[in-house]
Write a protein that binds this ligand. Structure first.
Ligand SMILES: [Ca+2]
Length: 514
């Protein structure tokens, strides 16, 4: 059943939602959607911005007065998780499903976004900026206008080459190589959308291209921060986010608009020097603050990102929350707040965090979070504990810090930088965490989460796997134990270096959700 058939058949809410992932707390959900009016949603999603790159997250080199103020007016989350890289982070955000299901850069037409569902309950939906879930290409069925957005203005891909191909809805309108001006252009379009839709419920998803390399800042900001060009870029993002917030106020929408600020993954602080030289220093070099590593990594620095949420009179102001929370959770949370039904025909990994947002719960609905690097499951967090599996497949070569690659257990409460491996001292906790790993409900078929190469037929291709992908997938297939047909060595051919046993790998893939 494709998405449209599903939406038609479900009769806009005829079905409930029961395919819940294991381990959620079961907090009584708030009837927020019964409020007299439905809130507007504004999601500002920056790119490659580090956990430590805002004043309210401890930066001493980057000024962010507007976002610091937003944190005072709402709740700042310290333990909020995205995904390690751009495309997978966006498919997870939009669908509430881990990229191993929602397929990252290659998000298929059959995935259902919260934008589509908001439309079923009367919302007008707009997306501005970086899409990056249609293989960076204009593919029918996968572009924003086909995935739930009434309005789109932005780029389908990234700006690695120093330019972006822009679209006004479905129409290509040219290439913009002025990276410095892009944050303002996007913000202007976002404000235009707010003005045009101020009288009805709306969603604005504003996904900035900055601070993804190649970065640049306008003359007003260039050289002004203490954080180099990257710091200038973040200060400019802060300024324009402030303009967007001002527009919300000027339109009288402040009290009925839930504003979310977050970023897609950790900072690209692990880039090879050669790339820095290539771009003459115009690469992101953010800080993950106290966290280990950055973009592409499943250390905290790769996936734990800033998140600030404001909804005056509803989300407590000035609160700092350490509840485990994720981009995955927006799908069911927005469902509760706006009154749409979450899809029932597939597994949704998100937890309804309405009670957390409204201050009715301190710990929130999510008690664990799985760490994925492409299709490889690297570990899990539960409460203060984080377990990382040995011999992890690190797809992203720019991640320099690969750790011991042994079984690693960290107490994130006392050791946020993941410096002290406590696995050997805590076998019971390791065992409990491994049970959680075993319990992950794998899709029946592993997706190709790669980017389709250019010059190939994008509608019928099965992307050729690179060596690392093959190893990852082979590890997964080997885990299936399909009558012993696949006997690829696990862990990329290396024997496990830990003394722990790994029977759970035999259960990694099982039929279930697609
Ligand atoms: Ca990114």
């Amino acid at each position: 059943m494709n998405r449209r058939t599903f939406l038609r058949n479900m009769g806009l809410g005829a079905l409930g939602y029961s395919l819940a992932p294991i381990g959620y707390r079961g907090i009584a959900r708030s009837a927020a959607s019964s409020a007299d009016t439905k809130p507007n949603f504004v999601i500002v999603f920056t790119d490659d911005q580090g956990y430590g790159d805002l004043g309210c997250y401890g930066s001493e080199t980057i000024r962010s007065p507007r976002l610091d103020q937003l944190a005072k007016e709402g709740t700042r989350f310290t333990d909020f998780y995205a995904q390690p890289v751009c495309g997978p982070s966006r498919s997870a955000l939009l669908t509430g499903r881990y990229p191993v299901r929602s397929q990252g850069w290659s998000m298929p037409e059959s995935e259902i976004t919260f934008a589509e569902l908001l439309k079923t309950v009367g919302y007008t939906t707009g997306c501005v900026g970086k899409w990056d879930v249609s293989n960076r290409r204009d593919i029918k069925g996968r572009v924003p206008n086909d995935q739930g957005f009434d309005y789109y203005w932005g780029t389908l891909g990234a700006n690695d080459g120093g330019g972006v191909k822009l679209y006004d809805n479905r129409e290509p309108i040219g290439v913009d190589r002025d990276m410095a001006g892009l944050t303002k252009r996007y913000t202007d379009k976002g404000i235009g959308f707010l003005k045009a839709n101020k009288d009805k419920p709306f969603l604005l998803y504003l996904a900035h291209t900055m601070a993804h390399s190649v970065i640049d800042a306008t003359i007003k900001f260039k050289g002004k921060s203490k954080g180099g060009l990257y710091g200038d870029v973040i200060e400019e993002l802060d300024y324009h986010t402030g303009r967007l917030l001002d527009a919300i106020d000027e339109l009288g929408l402040r009290n009925n608009t839930l504003v979310i600020f977050a970023t897609d993954n950790g900072p690209w602080n692990n880039m090879q020097e050669i790339l820095r030289n290539k771009h003459k220093g115009a690469v992101a070099w953010g800080s993950s603050g106290p966290l280990r590593e950055g973009k592409g990594s499943t250390w905290e620095g790769g996936v734990r990102v800033p998140c600030i949420i404001r909804w005056p009179g509803h989300v407590p102001a000035g609160r700092v929350s350490d509840a485990i929370f994720s981009t995955l959770d927006f799908m069911p949370t927005l469902a509760n707040l706006a009154g749409y039904e979450v899809p029932k025909d597939r597994l949704i990994d998100g937890a309804d965090q309405t009670a957390l947002l409204l201050g009715e719960s301190e710990e929130g609905e999510r008690d664990h979070f799985y760490y994925f690097c492409r299709n490889a499951l690297h570990g899990v967090r539960k409460g203060k504990w984080k377990l990382l599996l040995p011999n992890r497949e690190n797809y992203y070569k720019y991640v320099k810090d690969r750790g011991s690659n042994e079984m690693e257990l960290y107490n994130l409460e006392s050791d946020i930088g993941e410096k002290r491996n406590l696995a050997k001292q805590n076998p019971e906790i390791v065992s409990e965490m491994l049970d959680l790993i075993k319990a992950f409900q794998w899709p029946a078929k592993l997706p190709d989460t790669g980017i389709i190469p250019k010059k190939r037929n994008v509608t019928s291709i099965s992307t050729k796997l690179g060596k690392d992908d093959s190893r990852t997938v082979c590890s997964q297939v080997a885990g299936l134990s399909l009558a012993g047909l696949c006997r690829f060595p696990l862990f990329g051919g290396l024997p496990p270096r830990s003394s722990f046993d790994f029977p759970y790998f035999a259960q990694r893939c099982r039929p279930g959700d697609g």
